[in-house]
Design a protein around this ligand. Structure first.
Ligand SMILES: [Zn+2]
Length: 428
């Protein structure tokens, strides 16, 4: 029986090259050099990188593309962003949130994103964002996996009624428990909220992803509580601490004790390099702290670390293109991860690691996996990050859902095995 599609002469993120990828009924069925099987369509990748899609593990789709409504963030700080979002929330309509989110999903797919975990603010008696994004999740499902986190932006205890609204959002079908312990009024309230939220997740069999210690305060230590609660409730592999920027400023001795705790608890970390580098250190004169959490140290300790985009054109961040390669590029610079191995691990932080954090099924380039693939105009993962490589073709379940023509900016460098020449067009 003929295959539906063969991607010929692909390079894979793990370094294999010259591989043919056979696709049938939306799945990868064969993977080896010179497959030579009959197929309805073949695409010669000429050594280009074929990767499973990018995964954005931390985003705010209820706020995206709202830049300037009702005004701009003048100070650029996190706190003015939260205040501005509070001004915008009463003005939101379900239709407007759906429209902006769908526009962002179109952009995301063209950028090779296959899955997005989006926090959705539940501190709204009408749950406008929740209703809108539940509809968006259903509408984009054929081409993009959207996973929603019930996020009490104004504090689980600080905002009256937030806990009930969070439970209501979970009842409506939001699948991950969120929180923001550092925004509660006291450290004790923050720690209590962590325990409460983990308990809710344990009772309902849900994943947890808290905005955790997104502050420059070296004594903000909710990640410690999160790790302990994860251990206590047996939630290993199901809990994530997002941002963790306070770790940038923590005492080194304390961190040497904290890293093994996070690893042993089975807690994952998500850093947001584009946002952390512009939001943190705002109260510093000079030297200014970068604020990004300790990414290479966490990776070395065996903690799964993913990178998120967090924001695109919203109250917190005026820029952004939905490009996870730009996110990885920023991480490499801010965390000074310029060794080849480190750069390579930054590619994992926008693909396989977040896929595991989101518990995505069928993700990867192997027989049996979903045929969700992106053909990049690059030879390898580092080349892809360097050039923010064009997404020549994006596949979902074996069907093409986005294409783009090659750009004309690449160099042909001798001595780099597998380097793809710009002069060789992709034959289809
Ligand atoms: Zn966030």
């Amino acid at each position: 029986m003929a295959l539906d599609l063969i991607l010929e002469r692909a390079s894979l993120p793990d370094g294999r090259s010259g591989v043919d990828i056979g696709i049938k009924d939306g799945r990868i069925v064969e993977l080896r050099p010179q497959l030579g099987a009959p197929a309805r369509e073949t695409l010669d990748c000429s050594g280009r990188l074929v990767t499973p899609p990018f995964v954005d593990s931390h985003f705010h789709m209820d706020a995206t593309l709202s830049l300037g409504i009702p005004r701009l963030n003048r100070s650029g700080t996190l706190l003015e962003g939260i205040a501005l979002w509070s001004e915008l929330k009463p003005l939101l309509t379900e239709e407007a949130v759906v429209e902006r989110a769908l526009a962002y999903c179109d952009l995301a797919v063209a950028q090779g994103l296959g899955a997005i975990r989006s926090h959705v603010d539940v501190c709204d008696p009408k749950l406008t964002g929740v209703r809108a994004l539940l509809e968006v999740r259903q509408r984009v499902a054929p081409y993009l996996t959207l996973q929603l986190v019930a996020f009490p932006q104004d504090g689980l205890y600080r905002y009256p009624g937030a806990r009930d609204l969070l439970l209501q959002a979970l009842d409506m079908g939001v699948e991950v428990v969120g929180g923001i312990p550092h925004f509660e009024r006291t450290m004790a309230d923050g720690a209590a909220s962590v325990g409460d939220l983990c308990q809710i997740a344990a009772e309902r069999g849900l994943l947890v992803d808290l905005h955790c210690d997104e502050t420059d305060d070296p004594l903000s230590r909710h990640i410690e509580t999160l790790a302990c609660e994860t251990q206590r409730l047996g939630l290993a592999g199901r809990v994530t601490g997002s941002h963790l920027t306070s770790m940038h400023s923590m005492d080194n001795y304390y961190v040497s004790k904290l890293l093994p705790l996070i690893r042993e608890a089975g807690v994952a970390a998500i850093a947001n390099p584009l946002i952390n580098i512009v939001i943190q250190g705002r109260h510093d004169s000079y030297p200014k702290r970068r604020g990004l959490t300790r990414v290479p140290e966490m990776m070395a300790a065996g903690i799964p670390v993913a990178f998120g985009h967090d924001c695109v054109m919203d109250p917190w961040y005026s820029l952004g293109m939905g490009d996870m390669l730009e996110v990885a590029h920023m991480a490499i610079h801010v965390a000074q991860m310029t060794s080849f191995d480190a750069m390579r691990s930054c590619f994992d932080a926008i693909t396989t690691i977040p896929a595991a954090i989101l518990h995505l099924e069928g993700y990867g380039v192997a027989p049996g996996c979903s045929a969700d693939l992106v053909v990049l105009d690059a030879a390898d993962p580092i080349d892809a990050i360097r050039t923010k490589a064009t997404r020549l073709r994006v596949l979902r379940r074996g069907k093409t859902i986005a294409t783009a023509p090659p750009q004309c900016s690449r160099l042909d460098l001798p001595g780099r095995p597998g380097e793809v020449g710009r002069s060789r067009p992709m034959a289809g």
